[in-house]
Write a protein that binds this ligand. Structure first.
Ligand code: BG6
Length: 467
């Protein structure tokens, strides 16, 4: 039986747009997702888990089930409906009330400023490809740091990597563009500039608390480690999803190896990046200011060499085997590997989390500390006897916590774990059937029901022992 430290955080994660509902309430501005879901998917974000009204219930449940941390994101367009300019006081009041309730329930809020939901006005104007929107983000961040003194832990962005990929590579996020690597890397770069500027302001103005960033870091392995071409495919995939943004976060520049990979990808697929000297100065100035890194980890991927035309098929309905991922001059994902995978073709491989933590520790020794800010198992829960007997989820979480415990024993500074998700929320590109929560949400009545995993998590939080 493995143990976790006494001061470890046993958290639950949420995100504004996936939980709150109330998308047009109390002066909230529209986000690109409002229209995109209506036009491209079979569901909307209304009323989601009605967290806008039901947060007292979710926080009461958190306290009762030993959840002592919650990831919450602020919806930028509740504060600035147009992304900048006039402040919406009702939005500000909502988050003050929410943080007050967290304090009342002894649940520490870890607050993210941007979780995929750029205001529509700015999104339709190029989102983070438009450098003016970096300024608006920094103004919004500064406003929040100053206003919400209740917050002790800030993160600027959730998953810069999947944002660029979802928007410009896979095309499952608005504006739905595919295979445009210039936009992918430019979006990553510009968002990293926004992050760097925001943490610099945070430190310069002496705001209290800690600040970091959350990256999704899927580990990439060669399908055949003895084949140099497969090894190369895994390296290139790692650059796209992990190394480019990790370099920007902790090296304050892009290493030669990273840039060689990026150049190769752009030569094959077309495109040119706009990386300026002043950008590199901003990154370099901020590299030591991150107090922590949030790692979101769900899966690993196995890569094979591939030379044909790019083709990605996103399996949004949970039909196992429905995914295809092959990129010109980079590689293809091989799903026929001897590890289990979910109905959405996510490869379940806890050791990938261990390897990723140890990689951060080795390659970026200035990381200071790590929180696992998302990890969990999404599947079609079977609701019976007013609960869900989600043994598969317990097994998934248990195995990932075991490798976290191993990483701590091997010298990594990991301080907490946030299960995705606290209660069921909707999934951006998969809808309401893909559930992750400790608490089952009946989306018709909005009643909450603890799943078997919630009872297991409570015991874990009490004993710090992984059973
Ligand atoms: C992360 C996001 O990418 O993974 C969450 O931060 C998301 O917002 C979660 O919901 C699970 O992904 P999905 O696609 O299964 O909802």
């Amino acid at each position: 039986m493995k143990k976790l430290p006494e001061d470890f955080i046993f958290g639950g994660a949420t995100a504004a747009y996936q939980a709150e509902g109330a998308t047009q309430t109390d002066g909230k501005g529209r986000v690109a997702w409002d229209t995109y879901l209506e036009e491209n998917y079979w569901y909307t974000a209304e009323p989601a888990s009605d967290f806008y009204n039901r947060y007292p219930v979710d926080l009461e449940l958190s306290e009762k089930f030993g959840v002592n941390g919650i990831r919450i994101s602020i919806a930028w367009s509740r504060i600035f409906p147009d992304g900048y300019g006039e402040v919406n006081s009702k939005g500000v009041e909502y988050y003050h009330n929410l943080f007050k309730e967290c304090q009342k329930r002894n649940v520490e809020p870890f607050v993210t400023l941007h979780h995929f939901d750029t205001p529509e006005t700015l999104h339709s104007d190029g989102d983070f490809l438009n450098r003016r929107n970096i300024d608006y983000f920094v103004e919004y961040a500064d406003f929040c740091f100053n206003e919400f003194e209740e917050v002790n832990y800030w993160t600027t962005f959730n998953e810069i990597g999947p944002i660029g990929d979802g928007q410009y590579l896979v095309g499952k996020f608005p504006p739905g563009i595919k295979y445009d690597f210039e936009k992918v890397f430019q979006s990553h770069h510009n968002m990293m500039i926004a992050h760097a500027r925001a943490i610099k302001i945070f430190k310069e103005k002496g705001y209290k608390g800690e600040i970091g960033i959350v990256h999704a870091l899927p580990t990439k392995y060669p399908y055949d480690p003895s084949n140099p071409e497969d090894v190369r495919a895994a390296e290139l995939e790692d650059i796209i999803h992990n190394k480019f943004i990790l370099d920007a976060t902790y090296l304050g520049e892009y290493s030669d190896k990273t840039m060689q990979g990026v150049q190769h990808i752009l030569e094959v697929n077309g495109g040119e990046l706009d990386i300026r000297d002043e950008d590199l100065k901003i990154l370099n100035d901020s590299k030591g200011l991150n107090d922590f890194l949030g790692i979101n980890y769900y899966m690993s991927d196995w890569m094979k060499v591939f030379d044909g035309e790019s083709e990605i098929t996103h399996n949004s309905k949970g039909n196992k085997g429905g995914s295809k991922y092959q990129l010109k001059g980079i590689g293809q994902r091989e799903f026929d590997v001897d590890v289990p995978r979910t109905d959405w073709d996510w490869m379940i491989y806890p050791k990938g989390l261990y390897d990723q933590i140890m990689r951060v520790k080795a390659d970026y020794p200035n990381y200071k500390k790590i929180y696992i800010t998302e990890n969990g198992l999404g599947y079609k829960d079977k609701f019976e006897d007013n609960t869900v007997y989600d043994d598969a989820r317990i097994d998934y979480v248990k195995k990932h916590l075991e490798v976290i415990s191993d990483a701590i024993a091997d010298g990594a500074n990991v301080k907490g774990y946030f299960i995705w998700s606290l209660m069921d929320v909707f999934s951006w590109s998969n809808g309401y059937e893909k559930r992750y929560g400790l608490f089952y949400v009946d989306f018709d009545t909005q009643e909450r029901y603890p799943k078997k995993s919630a009872y297991w998590y409570k015991k874990l939080s009490e004993t710090k022992t992984i059973e």
